[in-house]
Design a binder for this molecule. Sequence first.
Ligand code: NI
Length: 239
Amino acid sequence: MEIYLKTWPEVEKYLKKKKTLIFPVGSSEQHGPTGIIGIDFLTAWEIAKAVGERAQIMVASPMPYGMAEHHMAFPGTGSLSPLTYIQVMTELLQSYIHHGFEKIIVINGHGGNIAPLTSAFSQILGRQGKTHLELINWWHLPEVTEYEQKVFKDENGFHATCGEISVTMKTHPQAYLKPRPYRHFKTASKSAWPLSGAQFRKTFPDGRMGSRASLASLRHGEVIFEKAVAAIQRKLGPK
Ligand code: NI
């Protein structure tokens, strides 16, 4: 159901029957010494594709960059400033609204996107009343957090979490074939927020926030992925 694999007549035909679109968004940013840079958009994208397939809802091309200013002291991170991100997301969402999509479910994989996405929604909704925009932060779904709390306890952490690393071990196992060096130390778990890139790196020197990254596993990834997909599908209601 990915829109980027369809033609325009196929999208036009879909719009005659349905007006819903799933839009996966994330970030390309450091995820500690063992998690891959793409975690936030890859998790959102794979979950979105599975939900789209099961619910027969079209899925937009993913937005792989997000507001990741606080990760900029780690190489490999690509970031948009909050104002730019709001503008980009506003215009992309408006493109789909322009074509006739009336309900857009944004599946998000990155905490730093929540505030600017909410602002983009306000920007769009402020002067019209027809569109329904919904933000789903997949890692906040109760079905996901309950499982993570059960298996990772307080060591799931807040960034480069065991849960999100596990999900990419399931979706992109080829990226985890070679074990990476990891020396565990307890990081700060809370901090004043937001932080600059330099402040973040000083507070969280290897990029993790409170996670014991070695607890991540393919098996947990399979369970968490399935829980997230099923929970979102339930939220969307019957076909
Ligand atoms: Ni992440």
